[in-house]
Ligand binder design. Structure first.
Ligand code: TXA
Ligand code: MG
Length: 347
């Protein structure tokens, strides 16, 4: 399949690119797939009402079809067709955080969306992205667009056009180049099918941020080491690069230079460079240990880069202290590292 590519990085004017948006709308209306930029990660979009389109999403990604998709909208009014009554609490959170990096799991009203979008569940995850180009596409197309992250299943999520291209070129109808994703980690997934709510996947909208709007509204955040997943997707291998990764916690001095570090990458904050062995390959993750936004934004980029670099056979990544802001990045790192963690002194 020939994959069409549109560069909309510089999309500022409404008129200039109308023919492109029309082309994209046409593809969606005919059951085709287009990868769209969002502020979290790129999404692989298809018409959520069209069973054939959704089947294509699962097969293009190589994703198990019992793992449900998030439906993307541009206007809250679209929800009427496929969700049941929305409580005032949920509306309040939508008003505060949408458009933005949070998805809400809501009770599904059957009949409008195709069955396989929700993987047979009686709930549906929805999100309204804020990325200017992604949002413009959703407005122009004006359909509920199902979009999982635009990567092959089990690979790190894409935060740049090139990541999507490497995984999905020739497998989908088109890819929009919309520059680097600002946030860099997938959205917070908030399960609102019961009260108090549950965070089924941590993201940059944290428990504290949600509870500052609605006090005591969250019963739990996904237990990182828990065997039984809350979100169905949690049970699948996720976010893993091919290169083995280990998290390093509590590192205060540079590891001994007796070891051969030449094929080893250290993914560390820039201000921790003096902890990296001289012979190792230093890969900056963020400015310093407090720069969690920077780390979120660059994590998947770095995970893609280590796989591209043939000199790297192993990577150590800097483990952040546990707090509300680091919950999401530590969740993704632990998965990428297959839960292998060492202390600095063990290196
Ligand atoms: O930031 C994001 O959320 C990105 C962009 C493209 O919007 N999308 C994304 O989609 O990360 P995906 O499919 O890779 O992850 C969706 C997660 C999965 O873990 C899935 O199991 C969970 O949300 N999920 C979706 N619908 C659900 C439901 N009804 N109940 C429980 N979990 C659900
Ligand atoms: Mg994904």
């Amino acid at each position: 399949m020939n994959t069409k590519i549109w560069n909309l990085q510089q999309d500022i004017t409404q008129e200039d690119n109308t023919y492109i948006y029309n082309e994209i709308k046409n593809i969606f209306e005919n059951g085709g797939l287009v990868a769209i930029p969002t502020e979290t990660v790129y999404g692989l979009g298809g018409d959520a009402r069209n069973e054939a389109a959704i089947k294509k999403i699962y097969s293009a990604k190589g994703r198990p079809s019992d793992n449900p998709l998030i439906v993307h909208i541009h206007d809250i009014k679209q929800l009427e067709c496929f969700t049941q009554h929305i409580t005032q609490e949920v509306k309040t959170l939508m008003q505060r955080f949408w458009p933005g990096p949070i998805s809400f799991i809501l009770p599904l009203k059957k009949g409008y969306l195709c069955e396989s979008v929700s993987g047979g569940l009686s709930s549906i995850a929805v999100r309204m992205p804020s990325h200017p180009v992604g949002r413009k596409v959703l407005k122009f197309v004006d359909l509920p667009i199902a979009a999982p992250s635009a990567n092959l299943s089990g690979r790190p999520s894409p935060t740049q056009f090139e990541h999507v291209y490497n995984d999905l070129n020739q497998r989908i109808d088109g890819i929009i180049d919309g520059d680097q994703s600002e946030e860099g980690l997938e959205s917070t997934v908030l399960d609102c099918t019961q009260y108090p709510f549950k965070i089924a996947r941590p993201g940059s909208i944290t428990k504290t941020m949600i509870e500052s709007v609605l006090p005591d509204s969250i019963s739990s955040v996904e237990d990182l080491n828990h065997e039984k997943p809350i979100a169905p997707g949690m049970k699948y291998k996720h976010y893993a690069p091919d290169t083995p990764i280990t998290i390093v916690q509590s590192i205060y001095k540079r590891p001994s230079s007796e070891k051969n570090w030449q094929d080893t990458a250290f993914i560390f904050p820039k201000n921790k460079r003096d902890l990296v062995p001289k012979e190792a390959i230093f890969m900056p993750l963020c400015e310093n240990e407090k720069d969690i936004k920077g780390a979120n934004r660059h994590l998947y980029q770095v995970l893609h880069d280590i796989d591209q670099n043939n000199h790297i056979n192993h990577a150590y990544i800097f483990g952040f202290e546990n707090n509300d802001d680091t919950t999401a990045i530590m969740n993704r790192m632990l998965k990428a590292a297959n839960y292998t963690v060492v202390k600095g002194e063990e290196l």
